[in-house]
Design a protein around this ligand. Structure first.
Ligand SMILES: Nc1ccn([C@@H]2O[C@H](COP(=O)(O)O)[C@@H](O)[C@H]2O)c(=O)n1
Length: 316
């Protein structure tokens, strides 16, 4: 196109600079001081390429806990899908105590900036395995999960309903790849009226016996640092994601960066990391690893603005 317009001799870099200016006016949210980018121009070029391809070429792959849900609200931690199960209707006092001890032991390891993913991996398997064993001993009833979600203080990020609704409106597939508890996750999005047909969930699902009592967890254990294997073994086969080579990836952990590894022939991948906790310690590694980092931002404003911009082109 640019070859047919009078400023054909303008150096390509200037043309790109004009495009970059455009994104500043069209996506003003990118100028927020909580938005950090290692290479702003590359991010803007990627967003432009995605916009030119249209919403029909887009898929969104997202983590759930502390990515689509808030990290804190009114100064208090918002529960993860595992922590929603910490309800006396489902588990006894002793189990609550043990689960909290495990959380206090292993969560600091999960977010420790001085340890590598390889060092953390066996410890994460240990954490998830111990907690799942404890939960199985509690004989949790399937029909109590909805009550536990209702009674919990779990909250989607501000603007998350718009995020789900807009993706659904434009028929953009949304894959949620979560190391949380799938049954609880589904109940959270159902109770928020956003479990649309374009939403696909890969997570740790509970296995209930005929009477509706928890007896095991199904399939391969998913924890924070093995999402690559899950992406390759489960997400890659999802028919609904085929033909969508542009990927918007959202996560809150460096382990989430591998969630798009199952996408066949990707064209443009834009990774957005929510940096919720241990900000100063982890900022550098997040900036070096994600294309865009959102610091202590409890909203979906930036992803929503990017999706709004991409879907503003005619769907192709
Ligand atoms: N017993 C546990 C195990 C894990 N967590 C947290 O859940 C998060 C996993 O879910 P994603 O949707 O983020 O993949 C993970 O970050 C752990 O901190 C937990 O709270 N309790």
């Amino acid at each position: 196109m640019i070859y047919h317009i009078p400023w054909i001799h303008t150096p390509v870099r200037t043309v790109l600079a004009i495009w970059h200016q455009l994104s500043k006016t069209e996506i003003p949210e990118l100028a927020k001081c909580s938005v950090l980018m290692r290479e702003r121009s590359r991010v803007e070029e990627t967003i432009h390429a995605m916009q030119r391809a249209g919403a029909g070429s887009l898929q969104v792959i997202s983590d759930f806990d502390m990515t689509l849900t808030k990290f804190t609200y009114n100064g208090k931690r918002v529960p993860t899908t595992h922590n929603i199960l910490d309800n006396q209707l489902l588990i006894n006092e002793n189990c609550t105590k043990k689960m909290r001890e495990l959380l206090n032991t292993y969560y600091p390891i999960e977010i420790d900036a001085s340890l590598s993913a390889e060092e953390k991996l066996p410890l994460m398997v240990e954490w998830w395995t111990k907690v799942h064993e404890l939960l199985i001993q509690q004989k949790i009833r399937k029909d109590m999960l909805a009550v536990a979600v209702k009674e919990s203080s779990v909250m989607l990020r501000d603007g998350c309903k718009l995020f789900f609704d807009r993706l659904s409106e434009h028929q953009v597939p949304l894959l949620i790849l979560s190391a949380g508890v799938g049954d609880v996750l589904e109940e959270v999005i159902r109770q928020n009226h956003v479990f649309h047909p374009n939403v696909h969930v890969i997570s740790n699902y509970m296995d209930f016996d005929k009477t509706g009592v928890l007896r095991a967890f199904k399939g391969q254990l998913i924890h924070t640092f093995n999402k690559r294997e899950c992406a390759l073994s489960q997400a890659a086969g999802l028919r609904q994601l085929q033909g969508c080579p542009n990927v918007l990836l959202l996560g809150d952990s460096l382990g989430d960066l591998t969630m798009a590894d199952g996408v066949s022939e990707p064209k443009n991948i834009l990774t957005i990391g929510f940096l919720n906790d241990q900000v100063e310690e982890r900022k550098e590694s997040y900036i070096n690893s994600f294309d865009m980092v959102l610091v202590k931002d409890e909203t979906m404003d930036v992803p929503n603005a990017i999706i709004r911009y991409i879907s503003s082109s005619r769907d192709k």
